[in-house]
Structure formats: structure tokens, C-alpha cells
Design a protein around this ligand. Structure first.
Ligand SMILES: [Fe+2]
Ligand SMILES: [Fe+2]
Length: 190
């Protein structure tokens, strides 16, 4: 007999009826039997080369962003906010790591990273800028970061589940660009 002050008994979940987690053993077997020299289909090769082209456009964008932030870093030094000038240099370095990671992935996909300077601006999603005024620099960079956020968001959707490694890379870059945009938005309000 239960005491009146005793808490009500909780019926345990019907654990015996729940399906235990399990791997798809048939899929594992298919992988074991796969030939080691995988031949990509024509459709797969076409998709990859399209992806390499899009990654090369992203690479061009990153390189133009490096150049724009470098220009702003050196010319903003004499202006009111040396702290923001220093942050432009930090952004430039981060965009350069983005460029490096994109170039490495392009090679891993069997493509060629395009660093050709004569076509950089045509291929870049964001413009170069040589403004002399700090507030204009911040605005131009904010627009460029928003464009980068939009283009990486689109790329993540384009890649979907077809290439998890590229997708993870793009999601990393997207997170950095979102942070850059938030920082610039904050400086605009100063
Ligand atoms: Fe970037
Ligand atoms: Fe950025």
C-alpha cells in the first residue's frame, strides 16, 4: 500500500518495444564490394566541373576582398579609427585563408584554381574599392560581406548532400562571412 505523500509512480517507457539503433548492413556490404578505382559518370563529371567553376568565382571574390581590405587597412590608418584599420587587416587575413581553402578544395575535386589577375574583377561577386573615407569603406565592405553571405548560402544549397566535404567548407566560410558582416554593422553604428 502506498503512502499518501509518496510521489506517483512513473511508468517506464516500453523500452523492449523500441527499435534499437542499427546500421544499414546492406549499404556496408555494397561499399565492401565497390571497385577501388571508381569511375565517375559523365553526369557526375559535368556536375563537378560546374561546381569547380562556382568555387573559382568564390575564390575570385575572396581574392578581391583581400585586396580591398588591404587597401583599406593601409589608407584608413591616418583616419580617426586605427582600431578599425587594424580590423580591416584581420579581415584581409581571414579572406586569404578562405581563398586558400577554396583553392585546395578545387584541386581535390580535380579542377584548377584560377588566380589569373586579369579576370579577377569580372569573376568576383564583390567589387574592389579605393574610397578615402572610413565610413564609405565600412559600407562598401558591409555590402561585400552580405554578398558573400548570400553567395555561400546559395552554394550550400546547390551542393546539398552531393558533396559533404565541400558543403562543410562552404558552411565554415559562410559562418565567417556572417561574423564579418555583424562586425561591420557594429562599426557603422559607432
Ligand atoms: Fe571570405
Ligand atoms: Fe568576409
Amino acid at each position: 500500500m502506498s503512502h499518501p505523500s509518496e510521489p506517483p509512480r512513473i511508468t517506464p517507457l516500453a523500452l523492449a518495444e523500441a527499435t534499437p539503433p542499427a546500421l544499414d548492413t546492406a549499404a556496408l556490404e555494397r561499399v565492401r564490394r565497390q571497385p577501388l578505382q571508381h569511375r565517375h559518370s559523365a553526369a557526375e563529371l559535368q556536375w563537378r566541373s560546374g561546381l569547380v567553376k562556382l568555387l573559382n568565382d568564390a575564390l575570385a571574390t575572396e581574392l578581391v576582398c583581400v585586396l580591398r581590405y588591404k587597401r583599406h587597412h593601409y589608407t584608413a590608418h591616418g583616419l580617426a579609427s586605427p582600431r578599425i584599420a587594424e580590423e580591416f587587416a584581420v579581415h584581409a587575413a581571414e579572406e586569404m585563408t578562405h581563398a586558400d581553402r577554396l583553392a585546395r578544395r578545387i584541386v581535390q575535386l580535380g579542377g584548377e584554381p584560377d588566380f589569373a589577375p586579369e579576370t579577377l574583377l569580372q569573376r568576383s561577386h564583390a567589387p574592389y574599392d579605393a574610397s578615402a573615407e572610413l565610413n564609405t569603406m565600412i559600407r562598401v565592405n558591409l555590402v561585400a560581406e552580405r554578398v558573400a553571405v548570400e553567395s555561400y548560402s546559395q552554394l550550400v544549397r546547390v551542393v546539398g548532400d552531393r558533396d559533404p566535404s565541400t558543403r562543410r567548407l562552404l558552411e565554415d566560410l559562410l559562418a565567417d562571412e556572417q561574423r564579418h558582416a555583424e562586425e561591420l554593422q557594429g562599426w557603422l553604428a559607432l
